[in-house]
Design a protein around this ligand. Structure first.
Ligand SMILES: [Zn+2]
Length: 147
């Protein structure tokens, strides 16, 4: 099948091809036997599918709605544990979640000293510099300082 047919085939089969494109499409079909044969097969297939469509609107029988409403009201309301599916699986998921929370809480509490706030006063900042070579001398100077 050639590109001129492939590009407009859907619109042609549905009957919405504009007149200028329709002329070009039909002229190619007259000249090309291969495309004519394939388009004819597709048209037959589409016709068979149209034969399967129901005629008119299908309405449910009047007893359909009461049957559905009775089935819905007869089924029990879902419980919270129902979301976990199997009850044993749900218990395991809850236990694993609580265990994870306990481990994370323990880790956070044990590492809390690492997040202590920095000293705020200048004296505390100078005294906190314990890695400086004369930190002891600085502490003595601070302790003896009188403004
Ligand atoms: Zn062709």
């Amino acid at each position: 099948m050639h590109a001129v047919i492939i590009d407009d085939l859907e619109d042609y089969l549905s009957g919405y091809l504009p007149p200028s494109a329709l002329d070009r499409f039909q002229n190619h079909l007259k000249a090309c036997g291969e495309c004519r044969l394939e388009v004819e097969e597709l048209r037959e297939t589409a016709g068979m599918l149209d034969a399967l469509k129901p005629q008119g609107v299908i309405a449910p029988p009047p007893s359909f709605l009461p049957l559905v409403m009775n089935a819905v009201s007869a089924s029990p309301a879902p419980s919270f544990w129902g979301f976990f599916g199997d009850f044993a699986l749900g218990r395991r998921v809850v236990f694993a979640s609580l265990l994870t929370l306990a481990v994370l809480g323990t880790v956070l509490v044990s590492r809390e000293h690492a997040y202590a706030p920095n000293p705020t006063t200048p004296q505390a900042v100078m005294a906190d510099a314990s890695d400086s070579p004369n930190a002891d001398q600085m502490l003595v100077t601070l302790a003896n300082y009188e403004p």
